[in-house]
Design a protein around this ligand. Structure first.
Ligand code: MRU
Length: 346
C-alpha cells in the first residue's frame, strides 16, 4: 500500500498464522498477537484485541482456519463436529455485530461438501471475505463521498476505519474518500467513552494517514452542530435491522437525535454483511453489556468514587427515522424503511 491516506492494516494472514494488531494498546504501542487456537481468537474478539463489526467477522473466518487445522490433525476422519463446536465458540464471542455470525455461517455452509483436509478451502474463503470487505469499503467510500457537498464539516463516532474492517473503513472510508476529493472543511471525531475508540484509534489512524482530525468529547456534539461546524454525522453499524434501525456504538443515537434537531444529516455506512433481514427492528437486536470497570476506570486507574456501580451497554439503537442515508456497497438507501431495505438486499 503506497496510498498516504490508507496505510493501516490491523488483521492479516501470513506464514500460516493470523496476525492481529492489539487495539487495546494503541496508540501507545503497536503490538501484534498471533492467536494459536480457536479459543485465543474468541478471546481476542471478546477482549477487544480486534474490534469493529467487519474486522471481527474477518478474524473469526481466519479463526476457523486455525480451528480446522487443529481438528483435522487430531482426527482426520472426524473433524467436522468438533469444528462446528469451535464455530459456535467464535460466534458467542460478541453478540451485537451480525458480521460475526454472517462470516461463520459462510464457513459452516462451506464445510457441508468438504472432504479431506478442510484448511485450504477455509483459508481461501477467509481470504475472500477479507478481500471483499476491502472492496466493499472502497465502493462505499465513493458512494458516500458523492453525497457530501464540498466545504462540509463532518463528525464521526467510534472507530470505523481500517482498524475496524479489513481495510479502508466504512464511515471512515467515506471520510477518506471525501478528504481525497477535497470536499471536507473539517473532520471531528467523538472521543467515544468509555473505551475511547475515537481518541485512541480514529485519531491514531487519521493522523497516520495525514487527514487532520479534531477530537471532541462526546457531549460536545450539540454545541458543534448548533454552531454549524458540521453538516454530516457519519457513523458505522454493528447491525442494521430489516426496517433500517441501526445498532452502533453507544452514543450514536444521542448524536443522531441532536443532528436531527440542528438539521445535520446522518449517514450510516456499512457493508451488506451488516444488514440482518432476520431481525425485524432495532428492539430485537441484542445489546452487549460490558464490564462496569470500563466506565469506572481509565487505563486501569479509578476515576469514579469507590463503591459506585456502572451500567455499560456497548451499543445503542438509532431509529431509521433519524437516518438520512444508509450507504452499502450495493447502493445508497435514502430515508430507509423496511421496503427499501428489502429491495436493497434482494
Ligand atoms: O465495540 P466496538 O469497538 O467493536 O464497536 C465498534 C462500532 O460500534 C463500529 O461503529 C461498528 O462496528 C462499525 S465498524 C466499521
Amino acid at each position: 500500500m503506497d496510498d498516504q491516506h490508507d496505510s493501516v492494516r490491523a488483521v492479516y494472514w501470513e506464514d500460516d498464522a493470523l496476525h492481529l494488531l492489539d487495539q487495546r494498546r494503541l496508540p501507545a504501542q503497536e503490538h501484534w498477537l498471533q492467536p494459536a487456537d480457536c479459543q485465543a481468537v474468541a478471546a481476542a474478539i471478546r477482549d477487544m484485541v480486534v474490534r469493529g463489526a467487519p474486522a471481527i467477522g474477518i478474524a473469526a473466518a481466519y479463526g476457523a482456519v486455525i480451528a480446522a487445522r487443529a481438528r483435522y490433525r487430531a482426527a482426520p476422519a472426524a473433524w467436522r463436529d468438533p469444528l462446528r463446536a469451535d464455530l459456535e465458540t467464535l460466534r458467542q464471542a460478541r453478540p451485537t455485530a451480525v458480521n460475526l455470525a454472517w462470516a461463520l455461517e459462510r464457513v459452516a455452509a462451506r464445510l457441508e461438501d468438504l472432504r479431506g483436509d478442510p484448511e485450504p478451502a477455509l483459508l481461501a474463503l477467509a481470504r475472500d471475505i477479507h478481500r471483499q470487505d476491502v472492496a466493499a469499503n472502497r465502493r462505499m467510500g465513493e458512494l458516500g463521498a458523492a453525497l457530501i457537498e464540498a466545504g462540509s464539516g463532518v463528525l464521526t463516532h467510534c472507530n470505523t476505519g481500517s482498524l475496524a474492517t479489513g481495510g479502508y473503513g466504512t464511515a471512515l472510508g467515506v471520510i477518506r474518500s471525501a478528504w481525497r476529493a477535497a470536499k471536507l472543511s473539517a473532520v471531528f471525531a467523538d472521543e467515544t467513552r468509555p473505551w475511547l475508540q475515537g481518541a485512541r484509534l480514529t485519531a491514531w489512524e487519521l493522523v497516520r494517514d495525514a487527514i487532520p482530525v479534531k477530537l471532541v468529547v462526546d457531549a460536545a456534539a450539540a454545541h458543534l452542530m448548533q454552531s454549524a461546524q458540521v453538516q454530516w454525522l457519519i457513523v458505522g453499524a454493528d447491525r442494521i435491522a430489516a426496517n433500517g434501525d441501526v445498532a452502533n456504538k453507544i452514543g450514536t443515537c444521542t448524536a443522531a437525535v441532536v443532528a436531527r434537531h440542528y438539521g445535520v444529516k446522518v449517514m450510516v455506512v456499512a457493508p451488506a454483511s451488516s444488514v440482518d433481514l432476520r431481525t425485524p427492528c432495532g428492539a430485537d437486536i441484542p445489546i452487549e453489556q460490558r464490564p462496569p470497570a470500563e466506565v469506572l476506570q481509565l487505563a486501569g486507574a479509578p476515576v469514579a468514587a469507590a463503591g459506585a456501580d456502572a451500567w455499560n451497554p456497548a451499543f445503542d439503537i438509532t431509529p431509521a427515522s433519524l437516518i438520512d442515508a444508509i450507504v452499502t456497497e450495493r447502493g445508497v438507501v435514502l430515508r430507509p424503511d423496511r421496503e427499501k431495505m428489502t429491495a436493497l438486499m434482494s
